[in-house]
Ligand binder design. Structure first.
Ligand code: SF4
Length: 487
């Protein structure tokens, strides 16, 4: 596994969430091993019992093989639970989008659960089956420090439990993980045609088709489209790895390597009409016409290039009469922007973490922890120096307020403009203000101090509003009832 994949999996927190979910079912039995046949045999044996809870149960029906995160059997009733590291807020409409129907963010999780349900129904046609998702609940507060550290992840992605004696982990899991029944959404997915590239199809029919193709080593003809912009199987041409993207586009269009020179319509920046162009046979960026982009003036506006001007520039390439050699530089716009800067310029960059299982008491799942910043200063003569940094590496210490104080101290010595890489920095500071306002503060004065830190875009740094999730008396009462959770 590549290091970046490993870090991404750690950051997502799926292993820790999975381990916590199992603690919600004391007495649950783990189906061990990756050997399919052995896992199936073990599962079959345990399912002879009238009541049992299995983790990673292995079910096979014909060509289909699934591992279910948690399967609760009680007589003829099965509860299929898929554990996801997806954040969820039990105080908000969670599964449905604003316009009704399953939200696009939740759809892959529902489809995954629906497929598992579809297979389980075939394995046990007489059983009553319900389906649920289990996810970290952002509406809940951690009742004690150090929950994340109780689930230490080893190099092999195994989770080593370090649970304090006497702590009721079942109650903790029930608090931090929402169990959401998704039966009606599963029915929607299973009973309506789904939008697959190449045309709508029922999930079961599509799965049968793909399984048959896999069994017979039959290549499925690619259906290219705007969705290929997010293709997971893309490698650079000439790379040692095969590139699924290039294979598909060559097969679908009769292309050769050189046809990719200059780019495809998929490369057009922020353009919503890609599918329409592909449907019309416009595949190369050089084939895009001005009419395809839509109406726009040739002259850049005072605020810089418009979206369409920028797209058209991309289609035509950098004109020869620009004197910058290979890139476009809007001198007039840059001059206006730079006239607002005040030296010395402060360049800040934060390192933060937002994990599923909180590090500290009173934090919610996925609440950010700010543990490092770097601070560089550029003087009016162009010289740059490393002015300072903050780093908190003390295990168990909540760094956010110390971080905010150190940042304020670093920036308050002059009136220089502050630059940051992205909105991330302002988002983090806004969250720290909210944490202070929501009663996490060890010093109420920090609230004002943090909110009035000098930033170039104060509109991005709003005063916190009381959130509906903050009427916490009931929550706190419930949380403090967890045996052993005294902080
Ligand atoms: S290019 Fe990628 S996204 Fe497009 S059809 Fe092929 S595999 Fe699918």
């Amino acid at each position: 596994m590549a290091e970046s994949d490993f870090l991404a999996m750690l950051a997502e927190g799926g292993y820790q969430v999975g381990a916590l979910a199992k603690l919600r079912y004391p007495g649950g039995i783990e189906i061990e091993g990756l050997n399919h046949a052995a896992a199936e045999a073990q599962t079959r044996e345990y399912l002879q019992r009238d009541s049992v809870v299995l983790f990673e149960s292995a079910i096979r029906v014909g060509d289909f093989f699934i591992r279910i995160d948690v399967l609760v059997k009680s007589g003829n009733r099965f509860e299929l639970i898929e554990v996801k590291a997806k954040s969820y807020n039990s105080l908000e409409p969670g599964i449905e989008g604003k316009r009704g129907g399953i939200s696009s963010g939740m759809l892959p999780y529902i489809q995954d659960a629906a497929f598992q349900t579809w297979v389980l129904r075939q394995a046990f046609p007489e059983a009553e089956i319900t389906t649920a998702l289990m996810m970290p609940d952002k509406a809940q507060l951690a009742p004690l420090d150090g929950i994340n550290q109780m689930f230490k992840i080893g190099e092999r992605l195994d989770v080593e439990l370090r649970i304090p004696q006497g702590l009721d982990m079942q109650a903790l899991a029930e608090t931090l993980l929402a169990r959401v029944c998704v039966d009606r959404y599963v029915e929607q997915v299973l009973n309506q045609p789904l939008d697959f590239p190449g045309g709508p199809a029922m999930l079961g029919d599509a799965a049968q088709n793909w399984a048959e193709a896999y069994r017979n080593d039959r290549r499925i003809a690619p259906v290219i489209g705007a969705h290929c912009g997010g293709c997971q199987f893309k490698a650079a041409l000439g790379d040692a790895l095969k590139s699924g993207f290039h294979e598909c586009w060559k097969a679908a269009n009769g292309w050769e390597d050189r046809d990719f020179d200059g780019g495809t319509v998929l490369d057009l920046w922020n353009f919503r009409g890609k599918q329409q162009l592909i449907d019309q046979g416009v595949l190369k960026i050089s084939q895009v016409t001005r009419e395809d982009i839509g109406d726009f003036d040739d002259e850049p506006e005072a605020g810089g290039l418009s979206r369409k001007q920028r797209q058209w520039l991309q289609v035509g390439g950098i004109p020869a009469d620009y004197d910058c050699g290979g890139y476009y530089f809007d001198r007039a716009l840059a001059a206006v922007e730079m006239s607002r800067w005040r030296f010395p310029l402060h360049l800040i960059d934060f390192e933060t973490s937002a994990v599923a299982l909180p590090f500290y008491r009173d934090m919610r799942p996925y609440e950010p922890v700010a543990f490092q910043f770097s601070h560089h200063v550029m003087e009016a003569d162009g010289s740059v120096r490393h002015a300072g940094q903050f780093l908190c590496v003390e295990p168990g210490e909540f760094p956010n307020y110390r971080f905010a104080r150190a940042l304020k101290e670093a920036l308050e010595g002059d009136e220089g403009s502050v630059f940051m890489w992205s909105h991330h920095e302002n988002t983090i500071l806004s969250r720290i203000v909210e944490q202070l306002a929501n009663g996490h503060a060890d010093n109420a004065a920090d609230d004002n101090e943090t909110r009035h830190a000098r930033f170039p875009h104060p509109e991005c740094f709003p005063s916190p509003q009381p959130s509906p999730a903050c009427g916490r008396g009931g929550e706190r009462e419930r949380l403090s009832s967890i045996p052993g959770a005294n902080g």
